[in-house]
Design a protein around this ligand. Structure first.
Ligand code: GLA
Length: 738
C-alpha cells in the first residue's frame, strides 16, 4: 500500500471504515457501519472528513423490515438506509443494483463490507475503456471488497479519483468463488442514495438525425429512467445524465453528472424513495442480460464517470470536457491538429467513380481543404445500401484501379486520404454471407429483423474479428490511408451466436460490445498513426466508450445548421467540442430542405472538428471564396475550439438566437458566435452574455473596437448593433490588450 502522504485524495479513518474521497471542489463519503452495510453519506461541495452518519434519521417506518443483525431494533432497515450497494431480495425494496440467481434457484444478493485497498494510480477494466493516467496527472483508486452474506461471491468496488477535474469514477467486479455456477441477471456500475435535495434530471433524447435534445424533468417518486436496449448507446438516449438541484442553471446550483464509458445497452435512473431520498443508478441495461459465472469466473461493469459542480452546468461540462479530452481520448490525434476534410457522401451518395472523386479532391485542395474522405460504395458490389457489406475488397472497376493508386493521386495533391468502413455489418447479398451465413446474428428458426437491409455480424466471434482485422489493416496499410470513418448503421437484435453455449446467450449484447472494443484496439495498434472517426448513422454511438478509440465522432447525419445548434448544444454537456464531427453541406439541406446562409453553416460547423460534405465544383465563386475564408478561420481559432473552455450562452428556454463562446485556457482571447434562429418584425436587439474573460485583463471586442475589462464584459455582456436576419450568424472575437 502506498505511503499516507502519497495519497492525497482518499482519506480513510475510523479503523478503516470511513472513506472520504476528496477532489479539488467536491467530497464523497461512505461509511461501513457496525453491521458492515456500506452507507452512502455525502456527495457534493467540498467538506471535511467528519463522519456524517449522524445525518441519517432512523425510524420504524412500518413495512420496512430489519436484518438479523438489527436484533430487536426496528429502526434499522435496509429498506430506508442510504446505501452504496443495495441488496436484492433481502429487504431493500427499492431498485436493486445486482441480481443473482443461485444454483438452488433463489434470488438474493446481500453484500457486506470486508476490506479495502488504496492504489496510487487509476484502475483499468479488462477489455473495456476507462480513464487512464497521463504523465501530467495520475488518478488514485480505492478498492472496497464486499462479500455476499450467504455465498462465496465477492464484489470489488472501484472508486477512482481525479482531483483536478472533480471526477470520481465507479465500477464493480463480481467474482464467483463458490463451488456452483450462478446467473448474474443484473449488474449496474453504480448506485447511490442521496439523502437530501430535490433533484431534476437533465437527459439527452432524440432519434436518428435529431440526437441529444436536452430535456429536464423533476425527480419524483415515479421513476425517471432512460436507456437503450438497441445494442448501442443509441440516437434515442445518450448514456450521460445530470442530477441537479431545482432551478440550477449554467452558473448556479449543485449538479452531479454521470457518464457511462460504454457503447452498448444502458440504463440510467433516479427515483425518490419513501423517505424522499433519491436513488441514482446507472449501468448496463438488465434487459436481455444474464451472465453465467462458473466457479472462478468474474464479471466487470463498465466505468461510470461522476463529477460534481456546486456552481452550475458550465463548470460541470468543462470538467467532463477536460477529463474526456485528457484521460479518455487517445492516439496520434489526441492533441495533434485534425485535418479539414471533405467527405463525398452528400456530394455523390453511391453515384461516383474515380474521376468524380478526383475532381472533388482537386477543387477542395485549391480551397485549402486537407483531406478527402471516400464514403460508402467503394467496395464489393455496393451500388446502393442493399448489398456488399462485409466484402471489404476494392471495387477496382468502379475506382478505375486499386485503392493504393487512388490514394497516391490524392496524396500527390498534398492531401490526406480517408476511407469509410462499416465493419460490424453484413449484407445477405455479399460473398461473405454466402460463405459464412453463421457469422451473422440470427436465431435458429426465426427470420431476423432487417434494418437498412443488413444484418449484424457476430462480433463475439474471434474468427469474425480476425477476418475484419485482416481486411481493415491490409487496405489501410496498402493504400497508406490516413483516416477511417468507422460506421455502424442499425440497432442490434436477434442475437444468437453459433459458437457460444446456449446458456451464454444472455451475455451476447455485452460480449458484442467487448468484441467491437477488442477489434478497435487491435486495429489501432496495427495502424497507430490513423485518425479514426466514429459514426453510427451519425450520432448513434456518440459516447465516452467510443471516444477512447475515436477522438472525433460524426455527431449526426443531420447537417442542417439550425438543427445542429440543438444537437451540438446537447452534445456539449458532456463531450469535448473536439469530438464533434461537423461539416458544411449544401442548401436546400438534404435532411430538412432548409436554406441557411453559407456563412452560418460554416460558423456552426466551426464548433467542432471541421469539414465539408458537398461537391465543391458545384458551388458559386462567391461561395468558394467563403470556403477559403472559413478554412482560414478554422486555422485561426483551432486552439480555441479544440483546447479552449466552452461556454453555452443561451439555454434550454426558447430564445430567438443561440450563442456560445470559446475562451483560450490562458484567457488571452475568446471567440463568441451568435446565430439568429427566429425572426420577427421590428426585431428586438440581441443582447448576449459574455463569459470566462479574466477579470483584470483588458479586452478589445472585434465588433466595434471597444476596450473594456474582462470583469465588465463578463457582467455587462454585449449588444449587437446590427440586425441579424433569420439564420444569419456573427462571430465576435475578444483579444487581450496589453
Ligand atoms: C451513415 C453515415 C453517413 C454515411 C452513410 C453511408 O448513415 O452516418 O454519414 O456514411 O452511412 O452509407
Amino acid at each position: 500500500m502506498p505511503q499516507e502522504e502519497e495519497i492525497m485524495a482518499i482519506k480513510v479513518s475510523e479503523n478503516g471504515r470511513l472513506f472520504t474521497l476528496q477532489t479539488k471542489d467536491s467530497s464523497y463519503q461512505m461509511f461501513a457501519d457496525d453491521k458492515n452495510v456500506l452507507l452512502h453519506l455525502y456527495y457534493g461541495e467540498k467538506i471535511g472528513e467528519e463522519n456524517l452518519s449522524g445525518l441519517i434519521f432512523c425510524t420504524d417506518m412500518g413495512f420496512a423490515g430489519n436484518p438479523e443483525e438489527a436484533g430487536p431494533n426496528r429502526k434499522y432497515s435496509l429498506d430506508t438506509l442510504p446505501q452504496e450497494i443495495p441488496g436484492s431480495g433481502v429487504g431493500d425494496f427499492r431498485d436493486d443494483m445486482i441480481e443473482i440467481r443461485h444454483a438452488d434457484g433463489s434470488f438474493a444478493a446481500d453484500f457486506r463490507f470486508d476490506s479495502f485497498e488504496i492504489l496510487d494510480h487509476s484502475y483499468a477494466i479488462p477489455g473495456m475503456p476507462a480513464l487512464y493516467d497521463t504523465e501530467e496527472e495520475k488518478g488514485e483508486t480505492l478498492v472496497i471488497t464486499m462479500t455476499e452474506k450467504a455465498s462465496d461471491i465477492v464484489l470489488k468496488l472501484f472508486y477512482g479519483v481525479f482531483e483536478k477535474e472533480n471526477v470520481i469514477t465507479r465500477a464493480a467486479r463480481l467474482e464467483n468463488h463458490g463451488e456452483t455456477a450462478i446467473e448474474l441477471e443484473k449488474m449496474l456500475s453504480f448506485s447511490m442514495d442521496l439523502m437530501y435535495e430535490n433533484y431534476e434530471m437533465i437527459y439527452f433524447s432524440g432519434r436518428h438525425a435529431m440526437e441529444r435534445t436536452a430535456e429536464r424533468i423533476p425527480v419524483q417518486h415515479a421513476k425517471v429512467e432512460i436507456g437503450s436496449t438497441r445494442g448501442t448507446s443509441s440516437h434515442h438516449y445518450n448514456p450521460a445524465v445530470i442530477l441537479c438541484e431545482e432551478g440550477a442553471d449554467e452558473t448556479h446550483g449543485s449538479c452531479i453528472g454521470a457518464c457511462l464509458v460504454y457503447s452498448g445497452n444502458f440504463v440510467a435512473a433516479a427515483q425518490k424513495d419513501q423517505k424522499n431520498q433519491t436513488r441514482f443508478q446507472m449501468g448496463i441495461h438488465p434487459t436481455n442480460f444474464c451472465f453465467h459465472l462458473e466457479k472462478g469466473e468474474a464479471f466487470d461493469t463498465p466505468q461510470a464517470i461522476l463529477s460534481y459542480s456546486g456552481t452550475g452546468l458550465t463548470k460541470l461540462s468543462q470538467q467532463y470536457h477536460e477529463i474526456i479530452r485528457e484521460h479518455i481520448c487517445r492516439g496520434a490525434y489526441k492533441h495533434a491538429k485534425r485535418p479539414i476534410l471533405i467527405n463525398n457522401w452528400e456530394a455523390t451518395y453511391f453515384n461516383f467513380n474515380e474521376e468524380k472523386i478526383l475532381k472533388i479532391a482537386e477543387q477542395a485542395q485549391k480551397l485549402g481543404i486537407e483531406m478527402l474522405v471516400l464514403d460508402d460504395g467503394w467496395f464489393g458490389k455496393r451500388e446502393d445500401d442493399n448489398s456488399g457489406l462485409g466484402d471489404w475488397f476494392v471495387n477496382e472497376k468502379k475506382m478505375n484501379g486499386s485503392m493504393a493508386q487512388l490514394a497516391e493521386k490524392i496524396h500527390k495533391m498534398g492531401m490526406k486520404f480517408g476511407l469509410w468502413f462499416e465493419p460490424e455489418m453484413i449484407s445477405e447479398d455479399s460473398d461473405l454471407y454466402r460463405a459464412h451465413p453463421d457469422w451473422a446474428f440470427a436465431i435458429p428458426g426465426r427470420v431476423p429483423n432487417h434494418s437498412r437491409n443488413q444484418l449484424v455480424l457476430d462480433m463475439t466471434r474471434e474468427d469474425v474479428r480476425e477476418y475484419l482485422l485482416e481486411r481493415l489493416t491490409t487496405i489501410v496499410h496498402d493504400a497508406k490511408i490516413d483516416y477511417v470513418k468507422w460506421d455502424m448503421n442499425r440497432s442490434v437484435c436477434d442475437v444468437y451466436s453459433h459458437v457460444a453455449a446456449q446458456n451464454r446467450n444472455g451475455e451476447l449484447y455485452h460480449r458484442y460490445v467487448l468484441g467491437v472494443y477488442d477489434l478497435l484496439e487491435r486495429f489501432l495498434a496495427a495502424c497507430p498513426d490513423l485518425l479514426l472517426e466514429g459514426c453510427s448513422g451519425g450520432g448513434g454511438r456518440y459516447d465516452a466508450g467510443m471516444m477512447y478509440y475515436s477522438p472525433q465522432i460524426w455527431c449526426s447525419d443531420n447537417t442542417d445548421a439550425i438543427n445542429r445548434l440543438s444537437i451540438q448544444y446537447g452534445s456539449s454537456f458532456f463531450y469535448p467540442i473536439s469530438t464533434v464531427g461537423s461539416h458544411v453541406s449544401v442548401c436546400p439541406n438534404h435532411q430538412t430542405g432548409r436554406v441557411t446562409p453559407f456563412r452560418t453553416r460554416g460558423d456552426v460547423a466551426l464548433a467542432g472538428s471541421f469539414g465539408y460534405e458537398m461537391d465543391l465544383n458545384k458551388i458559386s465563386d462567391e461561395e468558394k471564396e467563403m470556403v477559403k475564408e472559413q478554412v482560414a478561420t478554422m486555422h485561426t481559432y483551432y486552439d480555441l475550439t479544440h483546447e479552449g473552455l466552452y461556454y453555452r450562452l443561451t439555454g434550454l428556454k426558447k430564445q430567438d438566437f443561440m450563442a456560445w463562446e470559446f475562451v483560450a485556457k490562458d484567457q488571452s482571447r475568446a471567440l463568441l458566435t451568435i446565430v439568429k434562429t427566429d425572426a420577427e418584425g421590428n426585431m428586438l436587439p440581441v443582447h448576449t452574455k459574455v463569459c470566462g474573460l479574466a477579470e483584470n485583463k483588458l479586452y478589445r471586442c472585434s465588433l466595434d473596437g471597444e476596450i473594456r475589462s474582462g470583469r465588465t464584459w463578463n457582467r455587462a455582456g454585449l449588444t449587437l448593433h446590427q440586425v441579424l436576419k433569420e439564420y444569419e450568424s456573427i462571430r465576435v472575437e475578444f483579444t487581450e490588450v496589453e
